[in-house]
Design a protein around this ligand. Structure first.
Ligand code: WT7
Length: 598
C-alpha cells in the first residue's frame, strides 16, 4: 500500500516567501519579542535541544507561581505518563485575571459583541466546588469565559460543550465526564435566531421517551435565571466603545472548541490582552460583520477559520470600506488556507497591511505546532511555515515506519518529543489514548495528518490520513484535489469524496456549492477538468460532479465528507452522528439536489 504515491505538483504552495508587511510595525508601538528569522531559528533550536531550560524560562517569565516547580518534565511517549512543572502550583484564573487587575485596574479584559450589534450587555456568573467536573453548555458570551475561569479558580475541571450540540450529544458528554454540575443559559441568539438552550438541556435530562431520568450523576443545573453572583476581579464586560491603546484580539470561533480555549480565553488573558467575545455569525446582519467588529474593537489580532474567510470572500470579493486601523495579524486555523484565499486575505481583507498566518494545531496539541511567528518570520502561502517552539516534527513512511529524511518529501506527520500542551489522556480510557497517539509508530506522537515538507523546510498539511481516495491504486489526498479546485478560482467551496467504482476501485466525486453564471453541472465538470490539467490525478478522471446549495459542515467549519460518502453509498438513513452539523437541514437538500442531477 502506498499512501503517498503521487508526486505533488508544487503549484499549491507558492514558492516565494512573503515578508512581514512594514505596516505591521507602524500600526502599533509594541514590537515583536524577536528581531528576525535568525533569532527565531536560534530560539527554536534551543527549544528542541534543551526543552527543560526553554520551558522553565517561559513558565517563570510568563506566569506567577504560588509554589515554584522543581522539575520541568517527566514521562515518555511509550508510557504516556507526561507530567510538567512537577511540584509547582499556580492558579490559572489568578494569572488571567487578578495579577493584571492589580497592576492596571482599568485595563479591559473582555469586549463582548452580541449577535445584534445594537444590544446591551449583561453580567452574570455561576459557582461550584473543588473537584467537580462542570459541564459548560453556553454560547459565545462572557459568562462562558467567566464560568471557565471560575472553575480554574476553585480547582474544578471544566468540560465545555459546544452550544450547537443536540440533546443526545450533550447527554453523552455529561455522562462521559461524570459531570455533577451543568451551567447553561435559557436561550441564545445567533444570526438573529433564538435558540432555546434550556429546552435542549431538559430534553437531554429526560430523554426521548419524555420521563426517563438521564444523566443520573448530575446534581445541579444552573440556568441564566438561577445565576446570581457577580465575579470579583478584572472582568469588565462592555460593548466595544472604550478604545484604549492596548492590544486586542478577536478570535472568531466558538468557545467550545480548543481554538477558543487556547486563543480566546487563556492565552490573551494570561498575557493581559483584551479578548473579544462574539456571540453571532460572520454574516449577520451583514457580510461586513467581521470588519465592523475589528473596527469597533480596534483589534490588532484576528483569528478565524478558512470556511468563514471563504464565505466572506465569496460575498465581499472586493472587501469592505470599513477601515482596519489596528489590524496587524490575520490568522486562520482548522483547514488548509488555499493560496488564493490567502492572497485575498492579504491583499483585500488586510490591504497588505497585516501579516497573514496559516496556523496548524490540534485539540491534542493544545497550542500551535506550526505557524509563521507574527511580525518575525515570513509567510509562504499554501504552507503552515515552520514548526513552532518545542515541536520537533518528522515525516514517517507509512509502510516501513521509517523517518523520511530530506526536504521535498511527504509522509505521516508525527512529533518526536513532548511539549507542555500535549493531551495527557483520553478521559476514562487511557488505553485508547496510548493506542491512538503512540500505538502506530513507537516513540512518536501521531497526528493522523499527512504532510509535505518543501525545500525551505516549510510544511504543507495535506489532510487527514483517512481522507484519501484510491483510484486505480493511486491514493490521492482529497484535500489536495480540493485545494487545486479552489486555487483554480472558480468556486468558493469544494468537497471531494471517493465513491465505489467497479473499474477503478474508487472514483472521485466532487461537490460544489451552486454559483450563478457557472453554466450548471456541465460547466462545473469542464472547470474541474481544466483545474486538474497538468496534475497527476487528471489521469483519474472525475466520475461525478454535483452542484449543491451548501455543504455539510460542523460549526467549526470542517466539511463532513463521511456524510457525503454515506449518501452516495445509499446509506441515507444510516448517516450516524449528525449532531455536530451547523445546518442539519442541509442533508435533505443535498439528497434532493443529487437526485435531480444524477
Ligand atoms: C485537525 C485538528 C486546532 C484547531 C481547530 C481544529 C486540521 C488544523 C490546519 C491547517 C490544514 C489543518 C488537521 C488537524 N487542521 N489546522 N492550518 N491546515 N489542516 O481542531 O478539531 O482537533 O482538528 O484540523 O487535520 O489534525 P481539531
Amino acid at each position: 500500500m502506498t499512501i503517498f504515491g503521487m508526486r505533488r505538483r508544487e503549484g499549491n504552495a507558492s514558492s516565494t516567501q512573503i515578508a512581514v508587511p512594514s505596516t505591521y510595525f507602524q500600526k502599533h508601538p509594541s514590537v515583536p519579542h524577536l528581531r528576525d528569522q535568525n533569532e527565531y531559528r536560534d530560539l527554536y533550536q534551543k527549544s528542541i535541544e534543551n526543552p527543560s531550560e526553554f520551558w522553565s524560562s517561559m513558565a517563570t517569565s510568563c506566569l506567577k507561581w504560588d509554589i515554584p516547580f522543581d522539575r520541568v518534565h517527566h514521562g515518555s511517549f511509550d508510557h504516556g505518563d507526561h507530567g510538567w512543572f512537577l511540584g509547582g502550583k499556580l492558579n490559572a484564573c489568578y494569572n488571567c485575571v487578578d495579577r493584571h487587575a492589580l497592576e492596571s485596574p482599568d485595563k479591559l479584559a473582555m469586549l463582548y459583541e452580541r449577535d445584534d450589534p445594537e444590544g446591551a450587555p449583561q453580567k452574570i456568573t455561576p459557582g461550584c466546588t473543588k473537584g467537580d467536573i462542570v459541564t459548560i453548555y453556553l454560547p459565545n458570551i462572557p459568562e462562558a469565559v467567566v464560568s471557565m475561569l471560575a472553575c480554574a479558580r476553585i480547582g474544578a475541571v471544566h468540560s465545555v460543550v459546544f452550544a450547537g450540540f443536540s440533546a443526545p450529544s450533550l447527554r453523552d458528554r455529561v455522562d462521559d465526564a461524570r459531570s455533577k454540575v451543568l451551567i447553561t443559559v435559557d436561550e441564545s441568539v445567533r444570526g438573529g435566531k433564538v435558540i432555546q438552550m434550556k429546552n435542549i438541556v431538559e430534553d437531554a435530562l429526560t430523554g426521548d421517551e419524555g420521563r426517563k431520568v438521564q444523566c443520573p450523576g448530575l446534581r445541579k443545573v444552573r440556568t441564566s435565571g438561577g445565576m446570581k453572583n457577580v465575579p470579583s476581579g478584572r472582568v469588565i464586560v462592555s460593548q466595544c466603545s472604550s478604545l484604549r491603546r492596548v492590544r486586542k484580539m478577536f478570535c472568531a470561533g466558538d468557545v467550545g472548541w480548543i481554538t477558543c480555549h487556547s486563543y480566546l480565553v487563556y492565552t490573551p488573558l494570561v498575557l493581559g490582552i483584551t479578548t473579544v467575545v462574539f456571540e453571532g455569525t460572520p454574516t449577520y446582519p451583514s457580510y461586513d460583520r467581521f470588519w465592523q467588529i475589528l473596527d469597533r474593537c480596534k483589534a490588532s489580532h484576528f483569528y478565524a477559520a478558512p470556511t468563514a474567510l471563504r464565505m466572506i470572500r465569496k460575498m465581499r470579493p472586493n472587501g469592505s470600506s470599513i477601515p482596519l486601523e489596528r489590524l496587524r495579524v490575520n490568522a486562520s486555523i482548522g483547514e488548509p488556507l488555499a493560496s488564493n484565499v490567502w492572497q485575498w486575505c492579504y491583499e483585500v481583507f488586510g490591504r497588505k497591511e497585516a501579516h497573514v498566518l496559516d496556523t496548524y494545531f490540534q485539540t491534542e496539541t493544545g497550542c500551535h505546532a506550526f505557524s509563521p511567528l507574527a511580525g518575525v518570520t515570513p509567510t509562504k502561502p499554501g504552507t503552515v511555515a515552520l514548526p513552532f517552539f518545542g515541536f520537533k516534527p518528522a515525516l514517517i513512511d507509512p509502510d516501513s515506519g521509517r523517518e523520511i529524511e530530506g526536504d521535498e518529501s511527504r509522509g505521516l506527520l508525527v512529533f518526536k518529543q513532548p511539549w507542555p500542551g500535549i493531551a495527557r489522556t483520553v478521559w476514562g480510557d487511557h488505553a485508547r489514548y496510548l493506542k491512538t497517539y503512540f500505538g502506530g509508530h513507537s516513540g512518536y506522537f501521531t497526528t493522523g495528518d499527512s504532510a509535505y515538507r518543501d525545500r525551505d523546510g516549510c510544511y504543507c498539511i495535506l489532510g487527514r490520513v483517512d481522507d484519501v481516495v484510491n483510484v486505480s491504486g493511486h491514493r490521492l489526498s482529497t484535500a489536495e484535489i480540493e485545494s487545486t479546485l479552489l486555487d483554480h478560482g472558480a468556486f468558493a467551496e469544494v468537497a471531494v469524496v471517493g465513491i465505489d467504482d467497479q473499474l477503478t476501485g474508487q472514483a472521485i466525486s466532487v461537490r460544489l456549492p451552486q454559483e450563478p453564471g457557472r453554466g450548471g453541472q456541465k460547466g462545473a465538470r469542464t472547470i474541474s477538468k481544466t483545474a486538474y490539467r497538468g496534475n497527476y490525478w487528471s489521469l483519474c478522471s472525475t466520475q461525478e460532479v454535483f452542484l449543491v446549495s451548501d455543504l455539510p459542515k460542523t460549526r467549526s467549519g470542517k466539511i463532513m465528507r463521511r456524510l457525503l460518502r454515506k449518501m452516495l453509498e445509499g446509506e441515507r438513513h444510516e448517516l450516524g452522528d449528525t449532531s455536530t452539523l451547523l445546518h442539519p437541514a442541509v442533508l435533505s437538500n443535498i439528497i434532493d439536489e443529487v437526485n435531480e442531477q444524477a
